[in-house]
Design a protein around this ligand. Structure first.
Ligand SMILES: [Zn+2]
Length: 369
């Protein structure tokens, strides 16, 4: 992707697209409605081969059972979403660049943060249902909800049963999964229906306990704060680099101004480089949060399952089996790209973690419990 964008910038694609847009309208924001979607479609086209290959491999190894027709329908839906959100972001960004050549990075950040918060709130209500079907878990598995309520009660929580959803993942995938999503009134725990086939009851309680950990420990607001700080820094770096590159290379790449639509390719190139470089930082943060949720999950099922240590280890192992995880990932690959600690690390930790032993102390619970 980065390589392809470098070639497009050097081939002066930005200026060609800006010229097409200028021929259609003389207004900058209307030009954006031509240039921005063209660039976003180029990006989608560049990502397509890897996505197709990824799905082929998933089908080949039985991780996915989704036919090609619904897969393409999903791809089309997500491309439309990217187009809508991307065009909105780019037209606002370029309007800010034109009005405030020195402070646009700050104004755009002030615009982005509430939009990201709003999207986090709206995702489970509007976006997720476009791709999967969700129903209250209590509708189909009231007995399981009763057990999960015990876990919630042990955590001193009152998660209403209508905040626990079942997702019909088995139409598309075979692996087990669960996650916490949304914010405030839309906050919820989602369990993939595949989990119920792959895991035993105690393992499901741990998987759920881990998700409850994210819920209780406010990992979504923490993650949002972390991204907001990261975005501010990234926007400022992009601002400085755009300024410098357009003044030094603008002529040879035919980019007339930072705020002109001829610069979009360069901007997208910088955005991909920055997000690639930010990945290890974001993933290190994510692995720390995931580890905390593991500790919470293992502690919260104490007293509810016969052997929390063995249950936790087994849960990691059965997940790793169905997902065909690499048991010994390369340390560097893990550092750069893994959002969770490797299964081996998680299982190793769980196997040696027993805070109810004499002299040990649980992190999130009192020992008397
Ligand atoms: Zn997690």
């Amino acid at each position: 992707m980065i390589f392809a964008l470098v070639i497009l910038v050097r081939l002066r694609t930005g200026s060609a697209i800006a010229k097409i847009a200028a021929r259609i309208s003389s207004r900058a924001w209307l030009q954006g409605l031509i240039a921005a979607p063209l660039w976003l479609l180029i990006l989608s086209a560049l990502e397509l081969p890897a996505a197709v290959l990824g799905h082929r491999v998933s089908l080949r190894y039985g991780l996915s059972i989704e036919n090609w027709l619904p897969w393409w329908a999903d791809w089309l839906k997500s491309t439309c979403l990217t187009l809508i959100l991307g065009v909105l972001a780019l037209t606002v960004l370029y309007a800010l660049m034109r009005h405030s050549p020195r402070r646009w990075w700050l104004w755009f950040w002030i615009f982005t943060v509430p939009v990201v918060v709003l999207l986090t709130f709206a995702a489970p209500l509007i976006i997720d249902p476009l791709f999967n079907h969700f129903s209250p878990l209590a509708d189909t598995n009231p007995a399981l909800v009763d057990r999960l309520e015990q876990v919630a009660a042990r955590g001193g929580l009152n998660i209403p049963p209508n905040r626990i959803f079942l997702m019909d993942a088995s139409r598309k995938a075979t692996g087990a999964n669960a996650y916490v999503t949304g914010l405030g009134a839309s906050k919820r725990i989602v369990v993939w229906d595949t989990t119920l086939h792959v895991e035993s009851m105690p393992e499901i309680l741990f998987t759920y306990g881990h998700e409850q950990g994210h819920y209780v420990l406010d990992h979504i607001p923490k993650g949002l704060t972390f991204s907001a700080v990261g975005l501010l820094l990234a926007y400022w770096i992009a601002f400085r680099l755009m300024q410098r590159l357009v003044s030094s290379q603008g002529e040879s790449w035919r980019i007339d101004a930072v705020a002109g639509w001829s610069s979009t390719g360069l901007l997208l190139l910088l955005a991909s480089i920055l997000s690639f470089l930010a990945a290890p930082v974001a993933n290190t943060f994510s692995r720390a949060i995931e580890h905390d949720a593991d500790v919470y999950g293992q502690e919260v099922i104490h007293g509810l399952v016969p052997d929390p240590k063995a249950t936790t280890v087994r849960s990691f192992c059965s997940d790793a089996m169905v997902w065909l995880d690499d048991p010994h990932p390369n340390r560097f690959v893990e550092f750069w790209t893994y959002s969770h600690p490797s299964t081996e690390e998680r299982a190793q930790f769980a196997a040696h973690y027993d805070p109810w032993l004499p002299g040990q102390k649980p992190r999130f619970f009192k020992k008397a419990d």
